[in-house]
Design a protein around this ligand. Structure first.
Ligand SMILES: Cc1cc2nc3c(=O)[nH]c(=O)nc-3n(C[C@H](O)[C@H](O)[C@H](O)COP(=O)(O)OP(=O)(O)OC[C@H]3O[C@@H](n4cnc5c(N)ncnc54)[C@H](O)[C@@H]3O)c2cc1C
Length: 345
């Protein structure tokens, strides 16, 4: 296991913020997981699990503990039949490589999740979703290291309590308890059927597309994403910075509709308002707050143009949230996690 010292969090996160992490342990196999937790416990230090840092914000003080950087690689076909593919990938695999592999084999279920930055191990943590799909729809189980019981366990999908951006891995008493070693998904042979999620459907209509095969949906999603989402290697961001608003009651849904706010019913039955729409309507698109720019292409994305500190981010966030609260009455919640917040062992 390779352990490095005093590594700036800004180099490990796509938002490019944060002071030094005391230790960073590179996890190359299952044995390294145990070794890294033992190392932290010997030194009585907290731990934090990381993949590509695409949904993670570092704070100015850094992290005084041990970051476990997941680099466990490998993908395995568990079962392939004319109807379905059961595919298992190790947590350090790049999510989009996993998607590309499944699409190329012609199986449907994660094609709309093409192009999401980050690792496979992080994908179930916030139940990644895009263009009408979520990993919750196809995940069957994960293998994980249980830091409480100090052993490897299998967690079935039904026990993950997956909702919009929320699971047992990032919410509630077990947040941060499990190091996800591998993820298994069940995909179906076939194609998705219209109607598609708004922006995908618009693209399809505009270009007269009729091929909805996994590979072609992937191709279209990658084009749509490239046109509006910043490439983290060129423009630092953590993707959607604020979550969509989930309307929790029929009264809230009715009120939103009465106000003319566009609502969207998700496959799980819940109804949301796209927070990007709220931000855009409030006139914040393209505006800069404390070195952070609200993307003029996708209003949910905050791009770090020139900010160097978490204090700036905090100020920018508060101003944006206040504007939305004052104008629409909705309290927006931040999507990316902050190192040291909940996921400490
Ligand atoms: C430009 C851009 C676009 C994006 N678009 C989308 C999108 O369309 N949809 C979407 O859902 N997200 C999107 N995201 C967010 C991000 O890509 C996902 O959340 C992704 O899953 C993060 O992967 P990561 O490896 O970078 O996770 P990290 O940021 O490293 O970690 C995220 C969380 O998962 C935990 N974690 C990481 N690995 C493990 C593991 N092996 N075991 C247990 N816990 C772990 C971390 O502790 C942390 O709490 C986008 C981000 C960017 C920068």
């Amino acid at each position: 296991m390779n352990i490095r010292e005093n590594i700036p969090l800004s180099t490990l996160t796509t938002m490019r913020l944060g002071g030094p992490a005391r230790y960073v342990a590179e996890i190359a196999d299952k044995d390294d997981i145990k070794k890294a937790y033992a190392f932290a416990s010997e030194k009585n230090l907290p731990t934090w699990i990381m993949g590509a840092g695409a949904n993670t914000i570092g704070k100015d003080a850094g992290f005084r503990g041990v970051i476990l950087l997941n680099k466990i690689r490998g993908t395995e076909i568990i079962k392939e039949s004319p109807d379905e593919l059961i595919l298992k990938g190790m947590g350090g695999e790049i999510w989009d490589d996993f998607v590309a592999f499944a699409c190329q084999k012609g199986y449907s279920g994660i094609e709309a999740l093409s192009g999401i930055p980050g690792t496979l191990g992080a994908a179930p943590v916030q139940n990644i979703g895009a263009y009408g799909q979520e990993i919750s729809q196809v995940i069957t189980e994960v293998e994980a290291y249980d830091t409480h019981e100090r052993r490897f366990v299998t967690i079935k999908a039904r026990d993950m309590k997956m909702k919009y951006r929320e699971t047992i891995f990032n919410h509630g008493p077990d947040a941060g308890r499990y190091f996800i070693v591998s993820v298994t998904v069940r995909l179906k042979k076939g194609t998705l059927a219209p109607p598609f999620y708004r922006s995908l459907q618009s693209y399809i209509d505009e270009h007269g597309e009729t091929d909805f095969s996994p590979e072609n949906i992937r191709r279209m999603v990658l084009i749509i994403r490239a046109a509006k989402l910043p490439d983290p290697s060129e423009e630092p961001s953590a993707g959607s910075f604020l979550k969509n608003v989930t309307l929790k009651s029929p009264a809230a849904i009715a009120a939103a509709k009465e106000n003319g706010y566009p609502t969207y019913q998700k496959p799980d039955g819940s109804t949301i308002i796209n927070s990007g729409w709220l931000i855009e309507q409030a006139g914040l698109k393209g505006q800069t707050f404390h070195g952070f720019r609200v993307s003029d292409k996708a209003a949910l994305i905050l791009i770090n143009d020139s900010a160097k500190s978490y204090t700036d981010l905090s100020a920018a966030r508060n101003e944006i949230k206040k504007t939305i609260k004052d104008k629409f009455g909705y309290e927006l919640a931040q999507e990316p996690v902050e190192i040291g917040d909940k996921n400490e062992d």
